[in-house]
Design a binder for this molecule. Structure first.
Ligand code: PRP
Ligand code: URA
Length: 207
């Protein structure tokens, strides 16, 4: 699993336990999903290139830095919206593409119901964000869609991943690093991540 980075931070362990707890209510779930998303998105953006920027502080001229790389973020609807909200604090003007995928409950195969992805240049950094990487089918389809639009520099970001999903995804996209907060034990017979946290979208959106 050489292209996978598990982000380690005490605040992630703390918040992830709250997300995993079946008794956690929507309000707390949202709050801690936001904390974890921010921490892993910091990691996912740590290779962004900077350029010099001349400014004046109240006391003196200063050569600081500003971001040089242009970022496009693609949240996988619906659950990926949770991570988009977190990213907005860091990159308020980020371009956003959308893909709507829903797993068939029987086959666990994702069906696309919406797609609107902006033009992508090879220089863009594309962050594909989806809290759950289970079979890896949704992340696989989304990365294939952004590659079809021209993306060359892609990072896949999830909160909880299953080994089966990582294997499937990495086989199809060995060029795309995965940043995640946890690699869990396995999938169950309904392709849910175990121990996991249940259905992220339902718990986050209170449905
Ligand atoms: C969930 C989750 C991922 C996907 C992961 O979405 O948010 O998008 O499953 O599973 P996979 O790796 O096996 O493809 P779901 O289909 O439940 O839709 P939702 O986000 O609208 O709840
Ligand atoms: N989607 C989820 O929300 N949870 C899982 O465990 C698997 C897919």
């Amino acid at each position: 699993m050489k292209n996978v980075s598990v982000v380690s931070h005490p605040l992630i362990d703390h918040s992830l336990t709250i997300l995993r707890d079946r008794d956690t209510k929507t309000e707390e779930f949202r709050r801690h999903a936001d904390v974890i998303s921010k921490l892993i998105l910091i990691e996912a953006t740590k290779h962004l290139k900077l350029m010099d920027k001349k400014i004046e502080t109240p006391l003196a001229p200063f050569v600081g830095k500003e971001l040089q790389d242009d970022v496009i973020v693609v949240p996988v609807l619906r659950a990926g919206l949770a991570m988009l909200i977190a990213l907005r604090d860091f990159l308020p003007a980020v371009s956003v593409g959308f893909i709507g995928l829903e797993r068939d409950e029987k086959t666990a195969i994702a069906r696309e119901y919406y797609k609107k992805i902006p033009q992508i240049f090879t220089t863009h950094i594309v962050l594909v964000i989806d809290p759950m990487l289970a079979t890896g089918g949704s992340m696989d389809d989304t990365v294939a869609a952004v590659k079809a639009k021209g993306a060359k520099r892609i990072v896949a970001v999830s909160i909880v991943s299953a080994p089966e999903g990582i294997k499937h995804f990495s086989k199809n996209h060995p060029d795309v690093p995965i940043i995640t907060a946890a690699i869990d034990k396995q999938l169950n017979d309904k392709a849910y991540i175990v121990p996991g946290l249940g259905d992220f979208g339902d718990r986050y959106f209170g449905t």
